[in-house]
Design a protein around this ligand. Structure first.
Ligand SMILES: Nc1nc2c(ncn2[C@@H]2O[C@H](COP(=O)(O)OP(=O)(O)O)[C@@H](O)[C@H]2O)c(=O)[nH]1
Ligand SMILES: [Mg+2]
Ligand SMILES: [Zn+2]
Length: 304
């Protein structure tokens, strides 16, 4: 039985890598299989684990897709309600945060975290450009770190410029499939370069041309680290778009609220102004960050 992982998906053909031999093949899906099994605009996504049969010309015919442990979706550009699975089976999302140049807002960070919670993707918050920070700014950063560490998130200070803690980052992403999220200019490319210098060059050698021979960068693609594991590059991804979240479920994507809510008097409590709300109590007692709680309230209003 041949098993492979999808490195690249263009919607019509795929690049897959055999998990035993490491050999890379162009792959196709048979029309029937395509129609029967899948309702998304793209049947296969980068990160998918598949089975295949080899035919002549080294074309791998995909015969089975294994269930996904998680996946990132994007709404199709057209107005239809179709969604598009961009990437799957992600072990870790590295959210690259910068206190300045550019300033990343806590609101942005929270939205990324909520989406990762909704997608069930573990998170590492990477504070980049530490070399730029003054003593006072480092103290400011420490306050932010505390908020997120108290919730239970892993954090790491790095500098892609000076290589601060790049080895630590390497150890955290080793043998995992990760994605990097963050504002443009926060240093995602620089960090990836610091982790492995020639990754960009390697990237260029894998053909990035569509069927009409036009260069394209709109498709997600997986690149393997030489120290083990891989990164899925998703062009144009800044933050994950907030998936369709219902008001009632937002609380579940704030781990600190999820922990407390079992103690609320009413089991349909939304922690806004209800009596004997354990969440509001936890905010008053300082166990839940006021900043995080007010962002929760703000999002609840927006979701109305
Ligand atoms: N001082 C400093 N500059 C950095 C650091 N990381 C990235 N940069 C700079 O920030 C700019 C944007 O970086 P880039 O990697 O292109 O960001 P991306 O848009 O997230 O991929 C570039 O000019 C980098 O040289 C860092 O740790 N310290
Ligand atoms: Mg970049
Ligand atoms: Zn409550």
């Amino acid at each position: 039985m041949n098993e492979a992982i999808v490195l690249k998906s263009t919607g019509s053909w795929y690049l897959v890598k055999d998990i035993t031999t490491g050999k890379v093949y162009d792959a196709r899906i048979r029309g029937k299989f395509k129609k029967d099994k899948i309702r998304n605009t793209n049947p296969l996504a980068v990160g998918d684990r598949i089975q295949y049969e080899l035919e002549d010309h080294d074309i791998a015919w995909i015969t089975k897709i294994y269930p996904r442990k998680n996946y990132i979706i994007r709404k199709s550009v057209n107005l239809s309600k179709e969604t598009h699975i961009i990437a799957s089976n992600i072990d870790l999302a590295c959210i690259v945060f910068t206190l300045k140049h550019p300033q990343t807002s806590l609101g942005f960070l929270n939205r990324c975290l909520i989406t990762c919670e909704a997608y069930q993707i573990p998170v590492l918050i990477v504070f980049n450009k530490i070399d730029l920070l003054s003593e006072t700014e480092l103290e400011e950063l420490q306050e932010i770190e505390k908020i997120y560490q108290n919730i239970g998130y892993s954090t790491l200070r790095i500098s892609a410029l000076t290589n601060l803690h790049i080895e630590e980052l390497k150890n955290k992403i080793k043998n995992k499939i990760s994605v990097f999220i963050g504002h443009s200019g926060s240093g995602k490319s620089s960090t990836i370069n610091a982790l492995q210098e020639n990754l960009n060059l390697k990237v260029a050698t894998i053909s990035n041309y569509n069927e009409k021979g036009k260069h394209t960068t709109t498709f997600a693609q997986m690149y393997e680290w030489d120290f083990g594991g891989a990164i899925i590059d998703i062009p144009g991804i800044k933050e994950f778009e907030l998936v369709d979240i219902h008001k009632e479920e937002l609380q579940d994507y704030f781990p600190e609220i999820l922990r407390e809510k079992v103690y609320c008097k009413y089991n349909n409590c939304l922690h806004i102004n209800e009596p004997q709300c354990a969440v509001i109590e936890a905010v008053k007692e300082g166990r839940i960050s006021e900043k995080r709680y007010s962002h929760y309230l703000k999002l609840m209003q927006e979701l109305k």
